[in-house]
Design a binder for this molecule. Structure first.
Ligand code: M6R
Length: 606
C-alpha cells in the first residue's frame, strides 16, 4: 500500500532514502521515486518497477548530493503503473509523497479545472499536491491544516516546500507513519523497518498532527497549533530481523522463525504454571458480561479467526461469528455492549479491520485486538491489546504471524475457559504444557522441508487445485488455499470436505490435485470417504494426517505425517506444511515469492 520515507540530517540523504525504500518495498513495488533539496531547487528521480531500478537510475546521476529528501515505493491504486504516476509529485512550491487514497480527488480536480489548472498524472496524490500548493502562502502549517478540511480519505504525506530547504512536513489520517530523531538526523517512514538502522526508539505520529523534521529535531504540533510530546516506543528486534539472513526468501526465513516467534509469544505469558496477561493489561473480566464474540480480520488474519471460532465455541461455549472486515461495516452488524469484538491483524493497520474496530467501539462493544506491530492504529484504538511477538514479517504471504495469532487465540481460550470454570485444573495444565510443546512440533515439521519440496513438484503445472478438510481442517484449508494462490498464481479453493458433493465435485478431474487435511480423529472416517470421492474422479491427493493413521494404499498419491500432537494443536504443524507447499510451488514456478504480483503487505486502503 505504498511505503514512504523522509530524511533530514547529516548523512547522504539519497542513500538513506534508497536503503529505506528497499526495506519498505514489501509495501508496494509498482514504481519508486525520490525527491531532494539541492541548490535551492527540488530534484526528483523516479521510475517504474522495483526499487532496484531506482537505485540504478540514481547511481547513473552525477549530481545528487543532498541531506534532505523524501522517497516512495508505490502500490498503484489511482492511475496505472507509469513514469508520470510515480511519486513524488510536484505542483508549484509543493513536492509530496502519499500513502493512502484521496476519495474526493475527482471533485477537487474539477474545481481546479475551472481555473485552468490540470494535473499531469492520473493520481489522487497529485491532486493533494495541487491543493496544498494552492493553499500555501508561506505558512506550511496553515496550508496543511486547511487541506485536511478538504481532503477525504486515508493519507500519510511527507511534504517538501521549495522555499523551506532541509525541512520535511508530515501528517497522517488512517495510514501509518513512525518517526525518530537519531544522531544522524530526523527520519520518518511508513514502518519501523526503515528506521531501525538509526534508532530503536521511535514514536507513532498521532493522527491529524503535523510533524516538522529539520534534522536537529522533530516538532509535533496539533492542528490547533499546540506542540505536544509524542509517546515514545521501543522495539526489541534489530536490523538483522528485517534481513534475509542467508535464506533465499523472506518467506522461507519467516517459516523457519516460527518456533522462536511461538516461544516469544507463549512463554512470557505463562507464570507459575498459569496464563498471566497482567503485562498485556487484560483483566480477568474481559469475558464477564459478554454473551457472544465476533472475530474480525482480513485474509490470513481472518483465517486465524476461523480457528478461533472452533476453539472458543468448544472451550467457552459462547457463540462466535467470524467476519470478513471489508464486509462487516456495510452489513449493518448487530452489536451491543454484551459483544466482545476481537480484531486480528499482523500490521495493525489494515484499513477494513480498523474500520470494523471503530464501528464496534461506537456501538459500545468491548474490543480486544491481536496485533503484531507495536503502537499500530488497531493496537492503540482497542480496549485491550494482545501483542504477538513474531518480529517483523516482510514477505507478503503471512506465515509466522498466522501461527502466533493461533497461539494467542489458544491462550485466550484456555485462560478464560479456566476462569469461567469450563476446564478443570488438570486439563488446563495439560493444555498449557501441550501449547508449549507445539514449538518443538513446529520445528520438527519445518524439518520436513526437503520432502515437501519434492512433493510440491507435482503441483507445478496445476491450473486448479482444492484444499479439503472438516472442522479445524476446513479452517486450515482456507489458509492453505490463500497461501498457495497468492504466491503461485494457481487457482485454488478451500472446501468443507462434506460440501464437495453439493456442486464442486463436478470440477474434480485427474488434472485437479486435492490437498486433503485429515488431522481430526473424530471426523477421520468421514474425511476418508470424502477423499475416496475425489480419488474416484482421478484426482491426485496429497494427504496430511496428524501422526500415523490407517491409510489404504490407493487413498492418496502422497502422504505427509505430522508429528503427533493432540488434534486441537494440529493446526500449528499443518500450517507449516501448507506454507512450505505454497513456498516451493512458487519457487518451482519461478515466481517472485516475497512480492507476488498485484499485492502488497499492508493494506491501508479500502
Ligand atoms: O496485517 P493484517 O494481518 O491485517 O493483513 C491481513 C491480510 O491482508 C493478510 O493476512 C493477507 O491476507 C496475507 N497476504 C495473506 O498471506
Amino acid at each position: 500500500m505504498c511505503g514512504i520515507i523522509g530524511f533530514s540530517g547529516n548523512l547522504d540523504a539519497t542513500e538513506v532514502l534508497l536503503n529505506g525504500l528497499s526495506e519498505l518495498e514489501y509495501r508496494g513495488y509498482d514504481s519508486a521515486g525520490i525527491a531532494f533539496f539541492q541548490n535551492e531547487t527540488i530534484k526528483t528521480i523516479k521510475t517504474t518497477g522495483k526499487v532496484s531500478n531506482l537505485i540504478e537510475k540514481v547511481a547513473s546521476i552525477a549530481d545528487k548530493q543532498t541531506t534532505c529528501g523524501i522517497g516512495h515505493t508505490r502500490w498503484a491504486t489511482h492511475g496505472g503503473v507509469s513514469d508520470t504516476n510515480c511519486h513524488p509529485h510536484t505542483f508549484g512550491n509543493v513536492t509530496l509523497i502519499h500513502n493512502g487514497i484521496i476519495e474526493n480527488y475527482h471533485e477537487i480536480e474539477k474545481e481546479f479545472a475551472k481555473s485552468g489548472k490540470h494535473p499531469v498524472s492520473q493520481t489522487d496524490s497529485e491532486i493533494a499536491a495541487m491543493l496544498i500548493n494552492d493553499l500555501y502562502e508561506g505558512d506550511a502549517y496553515e496550508a496543511i491544516k486547511k487541506a485536511t478540511t478538504i481532503l477525504d480519505g486515508a493519507y500519510a504525506f511527507c511534504i517538501l516546500f521549495k522555499d523551506q530547504p532541509g525541512v520535511i512536513y508530515a501528517i497522517r489520517n488512517g495510514s501509518p507513519l513512525v518517526a525518530c530523531q537519531a544522531e544522524q538526523g530526523s527520519i520518518i517512514a511508513s514502518d519501523m523497518v526503515a528506521l531501525i538502522k538509526y534508532s530503536k526508539d521511535y514514536f507513532v505520529l498521532p493522527e491529524h498532527h503535523i510533524a516538522k523534521l529539520d534534522g536537529q529535531s522533530i516538532e509535533v504540533t496539533t492542528l490547533e497549533g499546540n506542540q505536544m510530546e509524542p509517546k515514545m516506543l521501543h522495539v526489541d528486534w534489530d536490523i538483522t530481523s528485517a534481513k534475509k539472513g542467508g535464506f533465499a526468501h523472506f518467506m522461507l526465513k519467516e517459516i523457519h522463525e516460527q518456533p522462536t516467534a511461538l516461544h516469544n509469544t507463549i512463554v512470557p505469558r505463562i507464570k507459575n504454571g498459569k496464563l498471566d496477561f497482567k503485562e498485556d493489561g487484560i483483566d480477568d473480566d474481559v469475558f464477564t458480561g459478554i454473551n457472544r464474540v465476533i472475530i474480525v480480520g482480513c485474509g490470513t488474519a481472518m483465517h486465524a479467526g476461523l480457528i478461533g471460532k472452533v476453539m472458543f465455541e468448544k472451550l467457552l461455549r459462547i457463540p462466535v461469528t467470524v467476519e470478513i472486515a471489508s464486509e462487516f461495516r456495510y452489513n449493518n452488524p448487530i452489536l451491543d455492549k454484551n459483544t466482545l469484538v476481537i480484531t486480528i491483524s499482523q500490521s495493525g493497520e489494515t484499513a477494513d479491520t480498523l474500520a470494523a474496530l471503530r464501528l464496534s467501539k461506537e456501538a459500545g462493544c468491548k474490543t480486544l485486538s491481536i496485533v503484531n506491530v507495536k503502537g499500530s492504529s488497531i493496537a492503540r484504538e482497542s480496549d485491550y491489546v494482545f501483542y504477538t511477538h513474531a518480529g517483523p514479517e516482510i514477505a507478503v504471504a503471512s506465515t509466522k504471524a498466522y501461527t502466533v495469532q493461533l497461539s494467542s487465540i489458544y491462550m485466550i481460550a484456555f485462560k478464560f475457559a479456566h476462569i469461567r470454570g469450563m476446564i478443570d485444573e488438570e486439563t488446563y495444565a495439560s493444555y498449557l504444557k501441550q501449547l508449549q510443546e507445539v514449538t518443538t512440533a513446529v520445528e520438527t515439521t519445518i524439518g520436513y522441508d526437503k520432502k515437501i519440496e519434492e512433493i510440491s513438484n507435482c503441483l507445478t503445472s496445476a491450473e486448479d487445485l482444492f484444499f479439503i478438510g472438516r472442522g479445524l481442517d476446513y479452517a486450515l484449508s482456507c489458509e492453505g488455499s490463500i497461501k498457495l494462490k497468492e504466491i503461485s498464481y494457481i487457482h485454488s479453493e478451500a472446501y468443507a470436505a462434506g460440501e464437495l458433493k453439493h456442486g464442486t465435485l463436478s470440477l474434480v478431474t485427474d488434472q485437479v490435485p486435492v490437498i486433503a487435511l485429515a488431522t481430526q480423529e473424530h471426523v477421520y472416517a468421514k474425511m476418508i470417504s470424502n477423499i475416496r470421492e475425489v480419488r474416484a474422479r482421478g484426482a491426485m491427493v496429497i494427504l496430511i494426517t496428524n501422526g500415523e493413521m490407517p491409510v489404504d494404499d490407493d487413498l492418496c498419491t502422497h502422504h505427509i505425517i505430522l508429528p503427533k500432537t493432540d488434534d486441537q494443536f494440529a493446526p500449528f504443524t499443518a500450517a507449516v506444511v501448507l506454507q512450505l507447499i505454497a513456498y516451493y510451488t512458487s519457487v518451482h514456478r519461478g515466481l517472485n515469492v516475497d512480492q507476488p504480483r498485484n499485492l502488497a503487505k499492508s493494506v491501508t486502503v479500502e
